[in-house]
Ligand binder design. Sequence first.
Ligand code: G6P
Length: 609
Amino acid sequence: MCGIVGYLGSRDCTSVLMDGLEKLEYRGYDSAGIAVFEGKEIKTVKTRGKLSAMKEKLEIEGRPIGHCGIGHTRWATHGEPSDVNSHPHSNGRVTIVHNGIIENYAELKEFLTEQGYTFLSQTDSEVVACLLDYYYSERNPGRAITETIKELRGSYALGIIFKDFPERVYAARRGSPLIVGVGEGESFIASDIPAFLKYTKNYVLLEDNEIVRLDAEGAKFYDVHGIPIKKEVQTAEWDIEQAQKCGFPHYMLKEIHEQPDVVQKTLDSLVKDGVPDFSEIGLTDEMLRGVHRVFIVACGTAMHAGIIARYAIEKLARVPVTVEIASEFRYMEPIVGEGDLVIVVSQSGETADTKAGLELAKSLGAKTLAVVNVKYSAIAREADMCINTLAGPEIAVASTKAYSVQIASLYLLAFRFAYARGIILESELKRLTAQLCKTPDAIRRVIAQEDECQFIASQLINTETLFFIGRGFDYALSLEGSLKLKEITYIHSEAYAAGELKHGTISLIEHNVPVITVATQSKVLEKTISNMEEVKARGAFIIALCRRETTFAEGTVDLRLNFDFGGLDDMLVPLPTVCALQLIAYYSSVLRGNDPDKPRNLAKSVTTE
Ligand code: G6P
């Protein structure tokens, strides 16, 4: 977590850094700061709080005026969010910003204290500034960096400036992402491309243990020993519009609205001649035929996409699928090996636990397939095969469009799996694919029901606790609906398989407790309706998300949201339905006065365990 930026060029550095940090705020937002050369002096401004607090501080303390500097937005790991723990950190002749965790910081701190260094903050990061200063001699920053990184354990992306070199920015990484933006007469470093997309689409990926130096001549790259290396300049496929709010009040709302298009784009990229085709990424029918078991390993919303996939793959391809929380999988000594396919799902492609799960699966001999939205991410590059979802940059912390493209591509995988194993014929493969290709329209129709979702949200304004229930795909979707709601509204919410509620949790149902029932699956509709009656009998306030034609006994349902899925197979309706759940969560958050883009305590990209 945490976002770092750096700039060297002729623009106003403070504006470039602040713009960049705004795009990286999804990585953490409990404090922020910048350090900019004003002539030969470094001026640092930093504060606890979001970037808005930083903007106020810049007004009060004055904006640093210069052309070279570094910036940071933080998600605290070591030391509470406070002005002093905010980055940048300086010690001696060095100022740094850091993303990651220095695991051996305590022993380094002890050593540096013995050498006479004193520390101002409780962060692990400050030891890096000290260590760089310790190794800095004969005006040789490169050597200070190579010596320092040899001693660091853990993960880091570092932006570094040396007081003696007002026209240079250095950066190094291991484990945490760092991208170098290559412009005309200007260069950037950043944790993610949107931070500099406004200025250049050309970028270089810094690999583990590599170092970059930005100076008047551009960006120069070095290996861990300081030997110059050549790097390939790539061009980002993302546009700046994709990383802007474009008139929407929040990124989250914009990203919800983008879903029909990004699902379409993702489907178009994976469907050839009317059928799913994964041959380009090396996933052949022969390989799918040989799979004994599937494991889906992921965190958060991506893990919920995995649960939908489990229902789809098992139903269609008749292969056993287990969905594992990545942080559990990596330590549970899983029985995984040859013949197994391990699918890791991740929007960012850098979630630490998911990445560790991938590495473990590979080491155990399983085939690995990543479903990732950031194609230059570590997970995308490490997996044997990778489906690149095309949601574009997702900036709101609560994931929306990434979930939709994940499930869209996993449905295609389920179809191909079933075909490869001879369970469905080509005609059925084509029919299912054509059905899935109709989902963007169905999504559009649900998003057009935004006002109704807003009305439902208004009915939850005084709610402190609520439940989601559903069966089958509806249950899998309820898990995501509940997560979305609780992460941005702070309402206590639980999702239950509708049939499971009476095994304990029904004791929590009392007068007016809202129960949002997702009831779209015909096969289990009657059962779900019985469960609704059970909670109604105990006073629940029932909100039903269902097809227009579904009928309930009088008095069962207090509020209903009717869908027209346009004849979609039941299995595929989670795609449009999730949009309603996202909109209900979004409006509940806004009506409570929260910032849905930056929910408290969360960060989007979780690069620590
Ligand atoms: C964090 C985010 C979630 C996300 C999860 C997994 O917890 O807040 O929205 O689902 O990480 O992230 P990934 O990038 O691996 O999908």
